[in-house]
Design a protein around this ligand. Sequence first.
Ligand SMILES: C[S@@+](CC[C@H](N)C(=O)[O-])C[C@H]1O[C@@H](n2cnc3c(N)ncnc32)[C@H](O)[C@@H]1O
Length: 355
Amino acid sequence: MYQRYLDAWWPILLQTSQRTGYARPRVTLLDAFAGPGRYEGGEPGSPVFILDRLLHHTAVDRMHLSPRRVHLVFIEKDRARHEHLLSELTDRFGKLSDLPVRVEVRRGEAGRDSLPVLTELGAWGHPILGIFDSWGSVNVPLEVTRRIARNRSSEVITTFGPNWFSRREELNADILDAVFGGRGYWTPAADEARPDERWRAWLGTYRSALRRAGFGYQLQFRLVPRTGQHLYLVFGTGSDAGLRAMKEAMWKVDDRDGESFQDPRTRGAEAVGQLDIFQAAGACDPELLELVTQRLALGNATVETIGQWLLTETSRWMPTHALKAVRQMRQDGSAVVQSTGRLTSKSLVSLPAAA
Ligand SMILES: C[S@@+](CC[C@H](N)C(=O)[O-])C[C@H]1O[C@@H](n2cnc3c(N)ncnc32)[C@H](O)[C@@H]1O
């Protein structure tokens, strides 16, 4: 999924100046939990595929790559993994200093070293994408995400592995205070008694932290691989283009990638994948209908408002899906359209009155 997101991210930032307002912005990608560059099964790790996808991007000729302009920073704490990453990158791409982008491979601590390295590279004031893919040990202080959130055109992707949602007594309260900005913010999630609700509580808690950090939009979802364990992801951005690019990346991920997604707002339903099945049948995905019902439970809304809510509050649905969902719900009686006549973006919609 990162790959698909980055395929969209690089050209948005490097090819045009419209989004950022800079003539030729400097762009920094920080992968702060970089890993060793290769998985045991041989698959490339994130630093390798990030660099590979950039250097071989279909639009690379229009991106004006230069080491002054494009910075890729990889931080890895473990000595052996750091060394492995360096040799992996060099074996694959040759001498790093000869590349058309600047690649920094640092041994360090994500929480402690992210801000200083961004300062050292002159990244502030230009777009930054921070990837905090620790899986288990999210320990990046809110101060780091706050600095990135308040920097122009900057975004973060944070992942959580299943062991994050552990029992309260296994949590390090001081670290969590730093990550969430204070005890009161995270203890309700830690106290969530129902095990199958714990991940939702933590994801929602982190999502709120990103909002407090200053990101206007935050997406959250559970990645469901065909095999292996779930991975949880929260994305923060201030930009409409970034939000849409992330959602589009999710739509492009399909069964061939061996992944699907679940919106934490939906319960019970299996992870939604293979959206085409419903589309081919001309019907709306049940997840979409469930989410629109949730929005209407908050109060009456126009189709347009529902669409905006889908965009900013749900993992993958876009404004255009609102009209289709309301049309189907009107037909089957699960929603009422207040105005007569043609359904438009201004039509007011409500749930049917309780019998
Ligand atoms: C889940 S792996 C990263 C996987 C990588 N993003 C990929 O897709 O190939 C997490 C890595 O972060 C490293 N790590 C753990 N704590 C860290 C910290 N505080 N700062 C930097 N790296 C850390 C671990 O050694 C491990 O290699």
